[in-house]
Design a protein around this ligand. Structure first.
Ligand code: ADP
Ligand code: MG
Length: 497
């Protein structure tokens, strides 16, 4: 019997159906992915489970028994906890208070020592002995705040835990720690429902996946029996090959050449060249040195040796500012922290580069020209935003990424370094980002694109370099661009055969 069964759930907002008799079931000791394009109904389904929304039809069964969930309190009593992207902790209370205030009560007579001890035990048990129970929650990194919220759920004996896009705000290292935690919970029999756009995460973590499309259930599959190609087709309802437009690559001169680049342990003697009009991919596993290579070229990290040439001329790029003035742009992996200013309007983000063509001789920005160009880009990029005055932080992940790309379109850079450009972005927005990349290449930019999604590399790139342990282990192009070849180079042949 499944721990959770949601049967034929329907929900309308103002007469528009968000869920149409959607169903799915998940078991205890299972990590179950819920996937679908933006607007497919994933969050609505989970908010109904959490008692935050009511529903117009269908029923929810927990351990086979009909559970009437009318309020968030009902959900908590039934063992359901939902961790939203916007965490709901009290920032000025301590870690222990946040986790345990409900069980210890809110009186002045709380036994703080016992509470701190219990919180420390819970945290250690979850693999985070380094989180101090007495620290104020607001001072913790976002990843640890998430852990505190999960521990709070566990202290209430939750048996169904929902994580709605938890890794969108996490770094790679933090994501790995979260995965360890989720696996621990699975081993204890918790039913974990996991929402993410990242296919690699789904395959690494989840046992089964249910796909929603336009508010209806497409089906449920074992992840072991699926591949990224098939899963994507299920989400978009058509074949992935329609995704990658055939690009008439007319390659020009070499725009960027890197020779024997050394930058810390992660970049050891990296060499490659990329031409105008070319999209060069860099594949490899997490930690292979791909991000570090891009950062070193961009002047964001110190370089110990090697040479960078632009259009045949050696250049020394000691800072990102120098790189941008030389015509290089970088779209960073960690867009929330480096790519966009979330509390600034789109139009400000669009011109956030040292080479703003609208800046007049006195350093004044010619406002009307800037607005006009941002408006044009908004249309070209099909940015879904109320206006260019909207704060970037109010947009979806895919649209934030388009905003991050905008400034490189404004600055007119001719070498663009892209680090995981479609991470955390839904499939619809992915296609639009691919289109922008192709347009830039067609206009003569040289593109270097790091991605962990092999299909994306194969679909987009003219050639793919593969890195491992800070070194380039090989290059594939044409029909040799296959997942098997990339994996072999990424892992080392010894691990493959
Ligand atoms: P997902 O989480 O899969 O991206 P959602 O569940 O957020 O999808 O949204 C499903 C549909 O319901 C979308 O069309 C969305 O616009 C609509 N919707 C979601 N929440 C609300 C709301 N509070 N008011 C009106 N429409 C909503
Ligand atoms: Mg959602």
């Amino acid at each position: 019997m499944d721990r959770l069964e949601m049967r034929t759930i329907s929900k309308e907002f103002g007469g528009i159906a968000a869920l149409r008799q959607a169903s799915f079931s998940a078991g205890g000791g299972e990590v179950h992915a819920l996937m679908g394009e933006n607007g497919a109904g994933k969050s609505t389904m989970m908010k109904i489970l959490a008692g935050a929304y009511d529903h117009e039809g269908g029923e929810i069964l927990i351990d086979g028994i009909a559970a009437s969930i009318q309020s968030p309190q009902d959900a908590i009593r039934k063992g359901v906890s939902v961790i939203y992207q916007e965490l709901s902790l009290a920032r000025h209370l301590s870690v222990a208070e946040n986790i345990l205030i409900e069980s210890f009560g809110q009186t002045v007579f709380v036994n703080r020592r016992a509470m701190n001890k219990r919180a420390a035990e819970l945290l250690a048990d979850m693999g985070f002995p380094d989180i101090d129970p007495m620290q104020e929650v607001g001072d913790l990194p976002i990843a640890y705040q998430q852990v505190v919220e999960i521990c709070k759920a566990l202290s209430r004996d939750c048996s169904i835990l929902v994580l709605d896009e938890p890794t969108a705000v996490l770094t790679t290292h933090e994501t790995a720690k979260l995965f360890d935690l989720v696996r621990r919970l699975r081993a204890r029999g918790v039913c974990v429902i996991y929402i993410s756009h990242r296919l690699d995460e789904i395959f690494a973590l989840c046992d089964r996946v249910t796909v929603l499309k336009d508010g209806a259930t497409v089906g449920t599959w074992e992840t072991a029996g699926l591949d990224a190609d098939r899963l994507t087709s299920l989400m978009i309802g058509r074949d992935l090959s329609d995704f990658f437009p055939v690009r008439d690559a007319t390659l020009g001169d070499v725009a960027l050449e890197v020779r024997g680049l050394n930058a810390g342990p992660q970049v050891q003697g990296v060499s490659f060249a990329v031409r105008r009009g070319e999209v060069l991919g860099i594949g490899g596993l997490v930690g292979a040195g791909r991000t570090e290579t891009l950062r070193a070229i961009f002047g964001a990290d110190p370089v110990q040796g090697g040479e960078v040439q632009l259009h045949g001329q050696p250049v020394t790029l000691r800072s990102p500012g120098a790189a941008v003035r030389a015509g290089i742009g970088l779209l960073p992996e960690d867009r929330k922290h480096q790519g966009v200013l979330l509390n600034m309007p789109i139009r400000v983000n669009a011109v956030l580069t040292p080479v703003n063509p609208h800046r007049g001789p006195l350093g004044l920005i010619r406002d009307w020209a800037e607005r006009a160009q941002t408006e044009t880009l908004r249309r070209e990029l099909r940015l879904k935003a109320a206006s260019i005055d909207a704060e970037a932080g109010t947009l979806s992940g895919g649209n934030q990424q388009k905003v991050a790309l905008m400034k490189w379109l404004v600055s007119g850079c001719d070498v663009l370094l892209l680090d995981e450009p479609t991470r955390g972005v839904d499939v619809g927005a992915k296609v639009e980002i691919y289109r922008v990349i192709n347009d830039l290449a067609a206009k003569g930019a040289a593109i270097v694109m790091v991605s962990s999604e092999m299909l994306e590399l194969i679909g987009m790139c003219d050639r793919i370099l593969v890195m491992r342990g800070g070194q380039v282990t090989g290059e594939v192009s044409g029909p040799a661009m296959t997942e098997a070849n990339i994996i072999e180079l990424a892992m080392g042949a010894a691990n493959v055969h």
